[in-house]
Design a protein around this ligand. Structure first.
Ligand SMILES: Nc1nc2c(ncn2[C@@H]2O[C@H](COP(=O)(O)OP(=O)(O)OP(=O)(O)O)[C@@H](O)[C@H]2O)c(=O)[nH]1
Length: 356
């Protein structure tokens, strides 16, 4: 049987991956797509944001980052999809893997060559990287992950050009071409791009990847190097049961993400007072915005019968009206903050004060 093409969709935190995916899943283009979602932090908010009707074909992985702690889950997810497809239980002709904003696409792509079962069912169609035109210059200056995602791309999709002027777009494009002269660059504001620019690119050329990273195909785990991310929950606990961080494993060179980036979760089963919350979020974004890499949440507002989806990147914050709360669904608030040296306790205390 023909191999199933898989697209690795990558891009730094908040670049616009889910927005693009949502658009693709809504469009009538003839592709049947299965999605593998990997989100950093324990709460999969993207699941609320992605279109509901495709849900049965969305596999979530949120116990760690796809390029380090959950590579085994990726293999299992892929082989399980292939088995269900062969058994006629589900039907799809393409897989899209949305990585976390901090993932190194190298080890994700590697999985398709190293794992025999995966290699016998799938081929990497392309690594597609979404680049945030508003924040990319700073991200490229500061985070190796952002550089790697651009370096590994077979196609670069430029989002948020609506937020910057033409000169800034040109300057960014010139930089992207210097980092990765191979990858064509296409503008894709709010995911508006032809499907032919994203799927069926047949763009993954192993030789290029080997030039970029001579260890690419070696089965040695984590030959790549990236720095540290903690994943804190609201109790201040730093690492979950799947934690695989360096401080637990001093005996081998381990995959890590950028220093000082940490995630924490705020949860509550009391509703928010909208005005208080608006004011508080406005204030923290003003003060801590430059260090707030990504934040999102599903919110329960007092008196509202619909969920409110809230999200942002640095100072740019927005809300959308989400689905109705189900009749038997327990209402609650879930927020995830990913940032550099954010004062977790202050945030949590402040948010608590916005509850009814
Ligand atoms: N102005 C503008 N905003 C955009 C564009 N694309 C996405 N956004 C917004 O940017 C925010 C992040 O978009 P997502 O699609 O969730 O980004 P992501 O890459 O999936 O984020 P993570 O998976 O959390 O890293 C959302 O508030 C989007 O509405 C764009 O082209 N222009």
């Amino acid at each position: 049987m023909a191999l199933i093409p898989a697209t690795i969709l990558t891009g730094f935190l908040g670049a616009g991956k889910t927005t693009l995916l949502n658009r693709i899943l809504h469009e009538p283009h003839g592709f049947k797509i299965a999605v593998i979602e990997n989100e950093f932090g324990q709460e999969n908010i993207d699941n609320e944001i992605l279109v509901q009707e495709s849900r049965e074909q969305i596999i979530e992985m949120n116990n760690g980052c796809i390029c380090c702690t959950v590579r085994g889950d990726l293999i299992m997810g892929l082989t399980d999809l292939a088995r269900r497809r062969a058994a006629g239980e589900i039907s799809f002709d393409h897989v899209v893997i949305e990585t976390t904003g901090l993932a190194n696409p190298g080890p994700v792509a590697q999985t398709f060559f190293i794992d025999e079962e995966v290699a016998s069912e799938y081929l990497v169609d392309a690594v597609v990287t979404v680049v945030d035109a508003r924040h990319a210059m700073h991200q490229l200056d500061t985070y190796k992950e952002a550089q790697r995602q651009v370096g590994f791309a077979d196609k670069l999709l430029l989002s948020k050009t609506d937020l910057v002027d033409e000169a800034a777009v040109q300057q960014l494009m010139a930089r992207l071409r210097r980092i990765n002269p191979r990858a064509p660059i296409v503008t894709s504001d709010f995911g508006k791009v032809a499907i032919s620019e994203v799927l069926d690119l047949r763009g993954f050329n192993l030789n290029d990847k080997l030039e970029l990273d001579p260890d690419f195909i070696s089965a040695q785990e984590h030959a790549h190097e990236h720095k540290h991310v903690h994943d804190h929950d609201h109790d201040g606990h730093a690492c979950g049961e799947h934690c695989d961080h360096e401080h637990h494993h001093h005996d081998h060179h381990h995959a890590q993400h950028s220093d000082n980036i940490a995630a924490f979760v705020f949860q509550s089963d009391r509703p928010f007072q909208a005005e208080k919350l608006d004011e508080y979020l406005g204030t923290i974004v003003q003060v801590y915005g430059p260090r707030m890499l990504r934040y999102k949440g599903v919110l329960w507002m007092d008196g509202a019968d619909r969920k409110v989806i809230f999200q942002g990147v640095h100072q740019i914050m927005g809300t959308d009206i989400g689905a109705k709360w189900g009749e038997n669904e327990a209402r609650s608030n879930k927020m995830v903050f990913i940032g550099q040296n954010l004062p977790q306790d202050t945030f949590i205390l402040g948010l608590k004060q916005c509850l009814v």
